[in-house]
Write a protein that binds this ligand. Sequence first.
Ligand code: GAP
Length: 444
Amino acid sequence: MNSPARAVTMDKLTSLCKRRGFVYPSSEIYGGLASCWDYGPLGIELKRNITEAWWRENITARDDMVGLDSSILMHPKVWEASGHIEGFTDPLVDCKECKQRFRADQLEGDVCPACGGELTESRQFNLMFRTFMGPVEDSASTVYLRPETAQGIFVNFQNALNSSRMKIPFGVGQIGKSFRNEITPGNFLFRTREFEQMELEFFVKPGEDEKWHQYWKQERFDWYLRYGINRERLRLREHGSDELAHYAKGCADIEYEFPFGWSELEGIANRADFDLGQHKKVSGKDLSYFDEENRERFIPYVIEPSAGVGRPLLAFLVDAYDEDVVDGDERVVLRLDRRLAPVKVAIFPLLRKAGQPEKAHAVRDLLKHHFAVTYDQAGAIGRRYRRQDEIGTPYCITVDHQTMDDDTITLRDRDSMEQLRLPIDRLVEEIRTRLAAPPAAAGG
Ligand code: GAP
């Protein structure tokens, strides 16, 4: 597939993220900690908008879904039952010369790619972080930081069923942190050792699983398109039988074309009855479902759309990044979907006198209870627009001479750059309508 050329590179994006407060290296004053990142003031707003969009569309706006927030530390038997203690491993090799470690399945030759040195035999390395619960550090007190949020849902299957009185098909979703001691993290937010996941487990009757698998593949693919990802840079890739995880009967990845190539954003797996079956066996608790209508009992099958948060966030940023020329000036503009943009409205006084700053503060006070807003009075108006374009702010409001006479302002659209004169008392309604409208109708 030929995709159009684009201005974005990972270097440009990571530097914008740092400079404007989307993402900082973790513990930077101590030199950083490999593959760990902190979300800054704009990053956290963007992240919240993404997770809220996911939660709203996959949980609260559906009749067949409920939410959950399970703990990160769980009983070690969970990981025995799930197969993670036995099978959540990557093949690892060490370089005998420079001591670097590599994933054996990602190496092209049989010598160290860094120094050409001899490599050790490959051995299996478990990706779960281990720690100890309580004051005694022995095998009896070993616990794991969860490597996926999914198991918190499986072990709560009966609780969620009983308390919500849902009937199959239904699902349970959760958003939370997961941890994996990745051998080769990298590509900025793409592969980290601590990350957030948005996972949902959809419980269905065996035999209806293929139908629901198709449904969720389409549903999740369309979600990315609805939030503005370019169709040409998104694809669904079915797994070959040799790549399936130990629990999966089938799986497809939603992939995005990052500057470093096509890579997974989300996996949609058919986990069959693997997890509930395993937890039933290991815990001895009955995790079956009784279908009242057909008077039959079964272990439900599970369809699992499982996304990270960092990867979609990175994809939204990469996809939105654009450079163009306005009035002879180059500008960087993040064409983020308006609902995801961290700041919705920037308010400027044209002059720093004549009562304009006070009026602009009053407009900010009016809007700040409805939208994420910012105020800026520093520098020429063109530069202020550029600063907002670079962080994806969809609307800029300018208070000028005329405002002081008739209480109207100008509203400028990030993408079309059109300016519209509007009375202040219509602003909340106008901006709300524009933010909710599909992109083309909202002025972009
Ligand atoms: N419960 C199934 C599961 O965890 P996965 O394919 O291993 O499946 C699901 O992970 C999603 O979690 C991935 O598609 C990716 O978005 C995110 N993810 C996994 N490992 C990650 C890592 N090391 N860094 C960032 N995101 C990661």
